[in-house]
Design a protein around this ligand. Structure first.
Ligand SMILES: *Cc1c(COP(=O)(O)O)cnc(C)c1O
Length: 393
């Protein structure tokens, strides 16, 4: 485990984190807090988790030497192929880990919320695998614009609850999921899909995704000079960084979605523009107005279209251990087309943000750069082939 960047007893990383929850949630969070570490670190859990990651998810994912991409830039570039995970992205690592944890806690029912549907699909998959009932809360507006993922979840046997309140999107779905959890504290586990939310979720999801950097350490013949990952909530990035956090020789770079640009109102670059505030029950950096209204974010990629960020990233940004930059919709689109033609790999638009950062670096032959390719681009084909549209999510 990282010795420098663990959450404190109360779940803080520096000034960020914690659990700013309604009193009615205390019992659920307390139970999770008091048991998650013991369970996750037990031999029993680890054995089962590793077995499923190996035989079901398809881990370890390759660390692929992208020679044509490397030649283009004049450095050595490797891709960590999370796109090859079952269901096409890293999110399944967390979903399977949390479903196993729920079983050990004696839970018999799983709930989650989803915006773009990627986390919903991963959760529905893990629940089908273990025969657990799965209820996914999703805004009515998101159900309309994310039909393929809705069909996937239904195919997998999940029940989708359409949320008609508020703006009918992710934050309204989150409210409904929390309401469900308060009403069903004994039998239900709530799966959050990134390193966000109240303690212990950020730390728990970090530990489950840390498998990515553990594998990188085993696979890399030479220590990388740089590791680059896209950041929405920050789970694939922290997974790729985690086992290198204490090794200052490795430059860690998180790439946010600038949308149309950080000097426009159409952006999702939280660390570039956000200020401290509480979002989803955690103190973090938030895109908000002076009086604390959350600003509607924009990114061409649904997975990065989030006005907050995991509290550990906010802390890593303040300490300077990780450098955070942003790239625009257009730069990400270009990078997705470039990788497709150079390597025969169509990346998710989220992952394309990490790839696009290659254009903002000085390259030399002494560098070994690892890019975490968080997911595959099949879900984004319409956007990728239609040019840039403002209809995201
Ligand atoms: C959801 C998603 C992301 C963003 O989430 P993080 O928690 O920041 O990793 C990135 N890439 C893909 C492919 C995703 O599905």
């Amino acid at each position: 485990m990282s010795t420098l960047y663990q959450a404190s007893e109360s779940g803080f990383y520096g000034e960020y984190g914690g659990a700013f929850i309604p009193e009615m949630l205390y019992p659920n969070i307390e139970q999770l807090k008091s048991q998650y570490l013991n369970i996750i670190q037990s031999d029993d859990f680890q054995q089962e988790f590793i077995q499923l990651l190996k035989h079901y998810v398809g881990r370890p994912t390759p660390l692929y030497n992208a020679t044509r991409l490397s030649a283009e830039y004049g450095s050595t570039i490797f891709l960590k192929r999370e796109d090859l995970c079952h269901t096409g992205a890293h999110k399944i690592n967390n979903a399977i880990g949390q479903v196993l944890l729920a079983e050990k806690l004696g839970k018999t029912r799983i709930i989650a919320e989803t915006g773009a549907g990627q986390h919903g699909v991963a959760t529905a998959t893990a629940c089908a695998l273990r025969g657990l009932p799965c209820i996914i809360y999703m805004g009515a507006k998101d159900i309309d614009r994310q039909r393929p993922n809705v069909s996937r979840m239904q195919m997998l046997g999940a029940e989708i609850v359409s949320v008609e309140s508020g703006s009918k999107t992710l934050k309204d779905a989150t409210n409904e999921a929390i309401r469900d959890w308060i009403n069903n504290p004994v039998d239900t586990h709530y799966i959050i899909g990134s390193v966000v939310g109240p303690h212990p979720y950020p730390e728990m999801v970090t530990l489950l995704q840390a498998i990515i950097s553990k594998e990188i350490q085993e696979q890399a013949k030479k220590k990388p000079t740089h590791i680059i990952a896209c950041v929405g909530g920050g789970s694939n990035a922290i997974g790729a960084f985690y086992h290198y956090l204490d090794d200052e020789e490795v430059q860690l770079i998180g790439v946010e979605a600038a949308g149309h640009g950080i000097d426009t109102s159409m952006t999702a670059a939280t660390l570039a523009l956000g200020t401290p505030g509480v979002l989803h029950a955690s103190m973090t950096r938030v895109m908000q107005t002076i009086d604390g209204q959350v600003i509607e974010p924009h990114s061409i990629s649904a997975g990065l279209d989030y006005p907050g960020i995991g509290p550990l990233h906010a802390h890593l940004s303040d300490t300077g251990r990780v450098l955070y930059h942003s790239v625009t919709d257009q730069e990400a689109m270009k990078a997705a087309h470039q990788l497709s033609r150079l390597e025969g790999i169509i990346p998710a638009l989220e992952s394309a943000h990490a790839l696009a950062y290659l254009n903002n670096m000085d390259h030399n032959s002494g560098q070994t750069i690892i890019i975490n390719l968080s997911g595959r681009g099949d879900k984004d084909l319409a956007t990728l082939t239609n040019g840039i549209s403002d209809e995201t999510e």
